[in-house]
Design a protein around this ligand. Structure first.
Ligand SMILES: Cc1cc2nc3c(=O)[nH]c(=O)nc-3n(C[C@H](O)[C@H](O)[C@H](O)COP(=O)(O)OP(=O)(O)OC[C@H]3O[C@@H](n4cnc5c(N)ncnc54)[C@H](O)[C@@H]3O)c2cc1C
Length: 485
């Protein structure tokens, strides 16, 4: 029996971030992970040709303070890589052609992606009344109401594939994009809200530079690390290896008074606080014997299958200049892939000299059957699309295929009932914390923030023992909690 203050099950970005924040304060915490290393979805490796293969996230968005703090703590700042000028373009396919997507209002007024009528319709967004606060809309309903059908089909639909591998008709706007939802609710319009926020940021930057501080003006935009996003969990693993049990599949949970018992690999771990930071279906399996209804709710969350193909080509064989971040393909173009990241343009050091690296995505909620073929067939189809779209004249030098049978949780219409069921269980079972990507956002920044903030709440509660300890139970109120102060 091994006794702790906090047990974390699952060492993806969420669990690893919680571990770091707790361990940094000297908490008696242990993390159990069924794989041989931390990272979960976020894994990076070099293939035999020296190309960097990302299994999951290719980049993260700056601007989350918890993510910035984690990078600083891990002394990873000098390993951060950012896209150069060459990666500024984002292409969207329209009628088979690749057109540069507008990223500023000025570009929107001139873009060839939309005709004049669409542009004028979108400019009228400011005068569209906000939806009543209690009405739940799909992303498609929201966008069509505020910006029109063409913007939905040729900007938002491909963008949704890029973030959620999802469908705008199914995703709940308020749950999938809470910040944009509150922009409409607070300012009455996305454009007006975005302009006001931009003004506020500009003011804050000006103020910060006057004060000689950069704290109020964090760097924005996307980034990765020299050896990919996997460096983040990998470094956490190196820091806290004594607090990890890897290759350790949790089989069963039990609740004894105020303590949780976790059975894994022939060992029993106990603690008053248990963080389940696994995927939804793994959490459902663990909770099924004690909370079958919640298990069912978690199991029913849609997770579409997704395939990620990393293809290395000789540079002379590719006609397209690959001068951008990548390309996204709207559903209405009926192609076999969702989009492509121009990986070797996006970040330095991704591929050997004289080669280019592309990361293509297929499947997702809008084309789930696409991945139901053999690896050879799937790679053949993906290469065929890349050949036609980017004018590639030769076979790839290497192909790496990563399949995710259950990729990204879909915050679909009616998602509130999932969140309510989780909150009700946590209330009934003090010390239980459910923290997967099915709650609080799917992005790298959201996952780090979720793990970090829960750890901070536990640390704060440990300073006021009655909040965490069941004083009627002699088993509770671990002596180790004092070490967390
Ligand atoms: C293909 C793909 C591309 C993505 N691209 C981006 C991107 O570019 N940018 C971005 O911001 N986000 C991206 N995301 C989203 C983001 O990467 C994920 O939401 C995030 O990494 C999930 O982290 P997590 O820790 O919540 O879950 P996971 O990474 O799923 O970790 C859960 C962990 O729990 C472990 N586990 C499960 N059951 C048990 C058990 N019984 N016992 C012990 N351990 C267990 C698993 O082995 C796993 O390690 C992408 C996601 C995917 C799938």
């Amino acid at each position: 029996m091994s006794r702790h203050d906090v047990i974390i099950i699952g060492g993806g970005l969420t669990g690893a971030s919680a571990l770091h924040r707790l361990a940094r304060e000297g908490a008696n915490v242990i993390l159990l992970e069924r794989q041989m290393c931390l990272g979960g979805v976020a894994r990076s490796r070099r293939n035999a040709h020296g190309a960097l293969v990302e299994s999951g996230p290719n980049s993260a968005q700056s601007g989350t303070p918890e993510l910035a703090a984690l990078i600083a703590d891990l002394q990873l700042a000098d390993k951060v890589v950012r896209p150069g000028e060459a990666a500024a373009n984002r292409y969207i396919m329209r009628d088979g052609a690749l057109l540069v997507a507008p990223t500023t209002p000025r570009e929107f007024l001139r873009t060839a992606l939309f005709n004049r009528r669409t542009r004028l319709r979108a400019l009228r967004e400011r005068f569209v009344a906000p939806a009543p606060a209690d009405r739940e809309e799909s992303v498609a309903q929201f966008v069509e109401r505020r910006l029109g059908r063409d913007v939905l089909d040729y900007a938002v639909d491909p963008f949704i594939s890029g973030i959620y591998a999802g469908r705008p008709e199914h995703l709940s706007f308020r749950h999938a994009f809470p910040r944009l939802h509150s922009l409409e609710q607070t300012h009455g319009s996305l454009i007006r809200g975005a302009m006001r926020m931009q003004r506020q940021r500009r003011k804050a930057r000006k103020h910060a530079s006057k004060e000689g501080s950069s704290a109020a003006a964090p760097e924005r935009g996307i980034f990765s690390f020299t050896e990919g996003m996997g460096m983040l969990p990998q470094t956490i693993q190196e820091y806290w290896h004594d607090l990890l049990r890897l290759d350790c599949m949790v089989e069963r949970l039990e609740r004894n008074g105020a303590l949780w018992s976790v059975h894994a690999g022939g060992e029993t771990y106990t603690a008053p606080d248990l963080i389940i930071a696994t995927e939804a279906d793994a959490a459902a399996t663990l909770l099924a014997p004690i909370q079958p209804e919640l298990g069912e709710v978690l199991r029913r969350i849609e997770h579409p299958p997704l395939a990620v193909a990393t293809m290395l080509y000789g540079q002379p064989a590719v006609t397209h200049p690959l001068d951008g971040f990548g390309l996204l393909i709207p559903s209405s173009e009926h192609r076999r892939i969702l989009g492509v990241i121009f990986s070797s343009t996006l970040f330095p050091g991704r591929a050997p000299e004289g080669t280019v690296l592309l990361t293509a995505f297929a499947g997702g909620a809008r084309d789930p059957h696409r991945t139901a073929v053999s690896d050879e067939e799937l790679l053949y189809e993906i290469h065929g699309e890349l050949r036609r779209i980017l004018g590639i004249a030769s076979k790839p030098l290497s192909c790496d295929l990563q399949r995710w049978p259950r990729s990204i949780p879909q915050y679909n219409l009616g998602y509130q009932h999932v969140l309510d069921a989780i909150a009700a269980t946590e209330e009934r079972m003090p010390g239980l914390h459910l923290l997967g990507s099915y709650r609080g956002g799917v992005s790298v920044g959201d996952r780090v923030k979720a793990g970090w903030q829960l750890a901070e709440r536990l640390l704060a509660a440990a300073i006021t023992p009655p909040a965490v300890a069941d004083l009627n139970n002699p088993e509770s109120g671990s002596e180790n909690m004092e070490e967390m102060e």
